[in-house]
Design a protein around this ligand. Structure first.
Ligand SMILES: *Cc1c(COP(=O)(O)O)cnc(C)c1O
Length: 357
C-alpha cells in the first residue's frame, strides 16, 4: 500500500543508544539533556535565533496567541489545517477569514487590509506546504495597523526564504514535529521567535513556573519529553539526505505532471528554497478529483485530500464565503511523498492520474 506519507524511522539501534542516555541519567522529561541538545542542534541546522521545543504543533499556536496577548479579531487563512483556526477559537479570539491567492495558496495579502477593523489584533497565516506567505506585505500591514503576526509554519522545516530560515519571520513562528511531518519527534513541535517574547513563551510552556515555588503568570504544560527529543536526535542526522531525496522526487512529479492538461501544480514564491514537504495537485473540480482518487485507490495508492474542507465552512466559526479556498480545497489532492518512495512508483502514480482524467 502506498500512502500519502510514511514516517521516517531511524535505525532502532541508533534511537536506543540515545534513549540509553536518558536511562543512565534517570531523567525522561522536564527539559533534560536531550531536549537541550535537540534545541541546540536545530538552532544551528535551521539558522534561527530562538527555538523552544514543545510537545506538539498545536499548543505552540495557543501559547503564541496567549503570549502576544491577542484578543478580539484575528485575520487568518481558510486554507490550512484545522489547528490554525481552532487555536484561535480555543483562545477566545474570533477568526476573520481572508481568501487565498489562487496559485501560491497562501493568504491573499492584497485582501487583508479590507478585513482590518478596530477589533483586529493580529494576523495568523500559514505558509502552505512550506510555500511562504508574502511576508513583506504582511509585515508592512502589521506595522501600519500595529498588529502582531504569527506564522503557522508547521510545514516549513528547512525552508529558506531570501537566504534566511522561514521560521525567522513574524513575531512568532510555530512548527509541528508530528510523525507525518518532514522532520519529526513522533509527536512534537517548536516555537521560534526573536527577542524578548522568548521568555514569555518559555514561562507559558511550563505552567508559568519561575523557579519551583514562584509563578510568573498563567501557563500550561507543553514541554517536550526526553523520549520525543531522542527521536528527533536520531532523525536529525538524516535530514540533509531526506531533503535532497524529496527534492528530486518532487522534481520528477513536476516534470511529468506539468505536461498534463487541466491540472494545476503549486507555484513556489520567488526567493524560496523549498523543502518539498508535500506534492499537491489541483484538478478542475471535485468530480475529477473523486475519479482520480478512485483510480489511485484501485491501484492501492492513497493520496490525501489536504487541506479539506475549507476552514471558513467548519461548524464552530461564522461562515463567510471564501470562493478560492473553497474551490481549491474541493479539488486538491496531496500525492504520496516520502523518503522511501521510489521513482518507478512516482511514474506509476502519474500514469494512473493521466489515465483517469
Ligand atoms: C500538522 C499541522 C498542525 C498541527 O500540528 P500537530 O503537531 O499535529 O499538533 C498545525 N498546523 C498545520 C498547518 C499543520 O499541518
Amino acid at each position: 500500500m502506498i500512502n500519502v506519507t510514511k514516517t521516517f524511522l531511524p535505525p532502532q539501534a541508533e534511537y536506543q543508544a540515545i534513549l540509553k542516555r536518558a536511562w543512565d541519567l534517570d531523567w525522561i522529561t522536564n527539559r533534560g539533556v536531550l531536549v537541550k541538545e535537540l534545541e541546540a542542534k536545530l538552532k544551528t541546522f535551521l539558522g534561527v535565533e530562538n527555538i523552544l521545543a514543545v510537545t506538539n504543533g498545536t499548543l505552540p499556536l495557543q501559547i503564541a496567541i496567549k503570549a502576544l496577548g491577542l484578543t478580539g479579531e484575528v485575520i487568518t487563512t481558510p486554507f490550512s489545517y484545522v489547528a490554525t483556526t481552532s487555536s484561535l477559537v480555543w483562545e477566545g479570539c474570533t477568526p476573520v477569514f481572508v481568501d487565498i491567492h489562487p496559485e501560491y495558496l497562501t493568504i491573499d495579502e492584497t485582501k487583508i487590509e479590507a478585513a482590518i477593523t478596530k477589533k483586529t489584533t493580529a494576523i495568523l497565516a500559514t505558509h502552505v506546504f512550506g510555500n511562504p506567505c508574502h511576508v513583506e506585505a504582511i509585515e508592512a500591514l502589521a506595522g501600519k495597523y500595529n498588529l502582531k503576526v504569527i506564522y503557522d509554519a508547521a510545514h516549513c522545516f528547512g525552508v529558506m526564504y531570501k537566504g534566511e530560515s522561514l521560521f525567522n519571520y513574524g513575531d512568532v513562528s510555530t512548527c509541528s514535529f508530528h510523525a507525518t511531518k518532514l522532520f519529526h519527534t513522533g509527536e512534537g513541535g517548536a516555537l521560534f521567535c526573536k527577542g524578548e517574547v522568548y521568555q514569555t513563551l518559555f514561562y507559558h510552556h511550563n505552567f508559568g513556573h519561575k523557579g519551583q515555588e514562584e509563578f510568573q503568570g498563567l501557563g500550561i504544560n507543553a514541554k517536550m519529553s526526553e523520549l520525543q527529543a531522542a527521536m528527533g536526535l536520531a532523525v536529525l542526522p538524516y535530514m540533509d539526505s531526506i531533503l535532497s531525496v524529496r527534492k528530486s522526487q518532487s522534481q520528477l512529479y513536476f516534470k511529468i505532471l506539468k505536461e498534463l492538461e487541466g491540472v494545476q501544480l503549486l507555484k513556489i514564491r520567488n526567493g524560496t528554497e523549498w523543502n518539498s514537504s508535500y506534492f499537491p495537485i489541483i484538478f478542475e473540480n471535485e468530480e475529477v478529483l473523486l475519479k482520480v482518487r478512485e483510480e489511485l485507490n484501485k491501484n492501492n495508492i492513497f493520496p490525501r485530500r489536504y487541506f479539506f474542507p475549507s476552514l471558513n465552512t467548519i461548524p464552530f466559526v461564522d461562515t463567510k464565503p471564501c470562493i478560492i479556498s473553497e474551490r481549491i480545497s474541493k479539488a486538491i489532492l496531496c500525492l504520496p511523498l516520502y523518503h522511501e518512495l521510489n521513482n518507478n512508483t512516482i511514474v506509476e502514480i502519474c500514469d494512473s492520474i493521466k489515465r483517469s482524467i
